[in-house]
Structures are given as structure tokens and as C-alpha cells.
Design a binder for this molecule. Structure first.
Ligand code: SAH
Length: 250
């Protein structure tokens, strides 16, 4: 899978792409990410990428031509026509479902806005506008990294253990179960500082059931809205019925 990210701050993105799961995937060739400096697509001596808004008002707007030329340049490199995404607080919200759909594409271009945003005419070349949440950031670079990271994890070969991707929060509509690692107890305090006994038991059937129950409890407590569309197996449905009955009584 290939990404091209168009930005006026390549350095902000480049370092983040060298670490962790995404960094390893790029090093191994499972993922190709090119960071394009918007200034390389200007035609004037001073490499100007922004200008004042028509109609007045505060701030600057990213000029249309450099962004349009950047899209042209990426498309001109051949291959399947890429899907062009504009990072925008006005876009549709990025969810795991959207991430899943994007992960099936072979080539994405992500345009990063800055200042007051981008000239409206750029939208004519954009296939999708994506927002990473209902808040305003100062640029599209963090959203671009969020999109690359979330999408890349679903590309085969990027996360070593595909089971971890299949089981984590949102993949089936449930939040993940709590995780513990050594030590089994911290100091000599018991209670909340002790690892649940069942996880130390080596009984895989019981551990599986405990985890399913814990994931359902979490989801019920924190995001009950997710349960409406969650994909549950028979065992989980049974556990959920029990939990709901308990709560009705309590
Ligand atoms: N004035 C614009 C916001 C500009 S913020 C408006 O109200 O719509 C500058 C740039 O940051 C945007 O062009 C966009 O690329 C990026 N950005 C800011 N918040 C974002 C968000 N929640 N999701 C995705 N991109 C965002």
C-alpha cells in the first residue's frame, strides 16, 4: 500500500514514520509513504504557498495551484488512480469502519491544510474529506499521521500478529479487555494492584471467558452505544444476557 502526504511541514511527519509498527513496515517494504513538500509545487521564486482570503478576514489560505499540481504530479506517476483525501474538520468522521474501507485501497494521497484552510477549488480534486474528530487543529499533519497509522495496522504484514488486530477495540464493536503483565502483585498490596487470579491459572477456556466478560463489561460501562452494532458470538451473547439481567436486578 502506498501513501503520498502533501504538506508544508515534511519534517513534522517524517520522523514519526521512522518509529514503531509503521516505521518497521516502511523499512520492510510492506508500506510505502512519500512525504511531499508543497513548496516543491510552487512556480514562483519565493515558493509561496499561501495568500490572504478574498473578501477579507484574518489569517491565510493555502493557494490552490500548488495543491492541484501536487495531485497532478502524484497521479502522473502512473499506476491506479489514487484516492485523494483532504484532512478537514468539515469532513466525515474517521471511524474504524472508514479505516477498514481505506485499508483495501492501494494508493492514498493525503492533503494537509494549514492556516485558515485550503482554497475551496482544491475540493474539486478531492475524493473524500476526513476529520479525525470534532476539534480544530492547526494543520492536517497530525490527522495525516493518524490516518496512515490506523490504516497501516490493517494492511497484511504490518502488525505482526493479525490476531491482535482482530481482537482489539472497535474491530468487532467491543472495547478491548484489560491487559496485565508482570509483576503479579505490586508491593504487598492486594486488591486492585493484584493481577486477576484467572489470568495466572493457565486455564485457557476460563481466560477466554473472563476476557469476553471483561470486554463486555467495559463496553457496557463506557460505550453502550457500540453494542447495538457489535458482532457477538454465542458465548458473548450469553454473557451479555447475564450482565444485563444482573444490572436490572442491581
Ligand atoms: N478554518 C477551518 C479550519 C482550518 S484548520 C475550518 O473551520 O474548517 C487548518 C487545517 O488543519 C485544515 O485545513 C485541516 O487540514 C487541518 N485540520 C484541523 N482540524 C482537523 C480535524 N479535526 N480533522 C482533520 N483535519 C483537521
Amino acid at each position: 500500500m502506498r501513501f503520498d502526504i502533501v504538506t508544508i511541514f515534511p519534517a513534522m511527519i517524517e520522523h514519526a514514520l521512522t518509529v514503531g509498527v509503521v516505521g518497521r513496515a516502511i523499512a520492510q517494504g510492506a508500506l510505502q509513504v512519500r512525504v511531499r513538500d508543497l513548496r516543491d509545487f510552487t512556480s514562483d521564486r519565493h515558493h509561496v504557498v499561501d495568500d490572504v482570503p478574498y473578501g477579507g478576514g484574518p489569517g491565510m489560505v493555502l493557494k490552490p495551484e500548488p495543491l492541484l499540481r501536487a495531485v497532478d504530479a502524484v497521479e502522473g506517476e502512473g499506476g491506479v488512480r489514487p484516492v485523494v483525501i483532504l484532512a478537514s474538520p468539515q469532513g466525515s468522521r474517521l471511524t474504524q469502519e472508514v479505516v477498514r474501507r481505506l485499508s483495501r485501497l492501494s494508493h492514498l494521497v493525503v492533503l494537509c491544510g494549514r492556516y485558515e484552510g485550503v482554497d475551496e477549488r482544491v475540493r474539486s480534486r478531492v475524493d473524500e474529506e476526513i476529520s479525525i474528530g470534532d476539534y480544530v487543529l492547526s494543520g492536517g499533519e497530525l490527522p495525516a499521521l493518524v490516518i496512515v497509522d490506523a490504516v497501516a495496522r490493517l494492511v497484511p504484514g504490518v502488525v505482526g500478529d493479525q490476531q491482535s488486530v482482530a481482537e482489539e477495540s472497535f474491530s468487532r464493536g467491543l472495547l478491548d479487555f484489560p491487559q496485565y503483565t508482570r509483576p503479579a502483585a505490586i508491593g504487598d498490596v492486594g486488591g486492585a494492584m493484584a493481577v486477576p487470579e484467572v489470568l495466572l491459572s493457565g486455564n485457557h477456556g476460563e481466560i477466554r471467558r473472563w476476557r469476553k466478560r471483561a470486554a463486555l463489561v467495559r463496553t457496557l460501562d463506557r460505550r453502550p452505544d457500540l453494542l447495538a452494532t457489535a458482532v457477538l458470538d454465542d458465548e458473548e451473547r450469553e454473557i451479555l444476557r447475564g450482565l444485563l439481567a444482573e444490572r436490572k436486578e442491581g
